[in-house]
Design a protein around this ligand. Structure first.
Ligand code: NDP
Length: 328
């Protein structure tokens, strides 16, 4: 490569979101040169939609021209929990399709050597054998509650394969389960289950009102702490070179019910009032356990996932300390 290209530049799209914030935290706090740390001479750039609306090809082109990334961790997406996905199916389909197409196209056109994009275990087929694994993404229709998001995200895997077959590109994807952590979107209605429960329970405590959990509390989910996910994305960037995606998750034996999550939130907030389940609200899929076997076999050593209760406590502490400027 030319001398101008010798400084690695890692561009993180969606750099201001939940996962982008965690990546920045890990890159800034791990030792330079360590497994999850920054490498000597390497530059990391975290961008938000304010710098470039990635739905727009011209703005995307200018972003790539400005930073000349050698590597991209592509996190930017229109993201939301169950209720937001149910309301805005076309926006989820179209925005994410445009964002992903622009990012991969300009990464290819400007000679980026590696791209890690982000899928989600919620894009898998609704009717499929469990546990989910990396071979089952396209084996049936997604759940109707999020089919816009799911189809757009699945196309990233299709595109990665097409770029590889036609151009030999090193583009791949991570497939996280439900993520939580500091700097999440804590909107009461449009966010994911953990941030929504934290915010609701916080208000119930502050206002002395009942804490109503949406749904039956029975569905089961796997949750990954954003700081753990950030380390695994850095591992994938450094050490994993294959077009086939990898599920980044805790083990399938670590599913928690929404009730267990709500109990942990009540405990972390210190809420002592009345606590109910609103069964008139949708539950989404009952469960969708995902296997992390491939991840564990590729990592070559143990990865210490942060225990759920401790990660949840840290997230609640972050929310309480940052309530005035958190995304609510
Ligand atoms: P957030 O909603 O916290 O952040 C989204 C990020 O994308 C923000 O930085 C936002 O910028 C940026 N963005 C959104 N729209 C655009 C746009 N049109 N142009 C440029 N940037 C844009 O998302 P998460 O951190 O939670 O998600 C990161 C990735 O992980 C996503 O790809 C998501 O699909 C995936 N994922 C998330 C899960 C979760 O539980 N949260 C689960 C599984 C996968 P700005 O700050 O300017 O709005």
């Amino acid at each position: 490569s030319s001398p101008l290209q010798s400084t690695p530049v890692v561009l993180v799209t969606g750099g201001t979101g939940l996962v982008g914030y965690a990546l920045r935290h890990v890159i800034e706090t791990e030792l330079v040169g360590s497994r999850y740390g920054r490498r000597e001479g390497e530059q990391w750039v975290f961008v938000s939609s304010k710098e470039a609306d990635l739905r727009d090809p011209e703005q995307t082109r200018r972003l790539f021209e400005k930073y000349k990334p050698t590597h991209v961790i592509h996190l930017a997406a229109l993201v939301g929990g169950l209720y937001k996905n149910m309301k805005y199916k076309l926006s989820f389909l179209r925005d994410n399709t445009l964002i992903n197409d622009n990012v991969l196209h300009f990464a290819h056109a400007t000679g980026v050597s590696k791209v890690i994009s982000c899928l989600s275990t919620c894009v898998f087929p609704d009717k499929v054998s469990y546990p989910l694994d990396e071979t089952k993404i396209h084996l049936g229709l997604p759940h109707e509650s999020n089919f816009g998001y799911a189809h757009a995200k699945r196309m990233v895997d299709v595109a990665n394969h097409a770029y590889k077959d036609q151009f030999g590109s090193n583009f791949t994807a991570a497939i996280p389960t439900n993520i939580f952590g500091p700097n999440d979107n804590f909107d009461l209605e449009d966010s994911h289950v953990i941030p929504a429960l934290i915010h609701k329970c916080f208000l119930a405590k502050r206002n002395n009102t009942p804490f109503a959990v949406s749904g039956s509390g029975k569905p089961l989910r796997q949750f990954i702490y954003s700081y753990d996910l950030a380390k695994l994305l850095i591992w994938q960037l450094r050490e994993y070179d294959d077009v086939e995606p990898v599920i980044l998750s805790v083990g399938e034996d670590e599913e928690l019910s929404i009730k267990q999550v709500a109990d942990a939130v009540v405990n972390a907030i210190g809420f002592e009032g009345e606590y109910t389940f609103d069964t008139s609200r949708a539950d989404g899929q009952f469960r969708k356990p995902a296997s992390n076997k491939k991840l564990l076999s590729q990592l070559h050593d143990d990865f210490a996932f942060t225990p759920f209760d401790s990660a949840l406590h840290d997230t609640v502490r972050w929310f309480v300390d940052n309530y005035d400027h958190a995304r609510t």
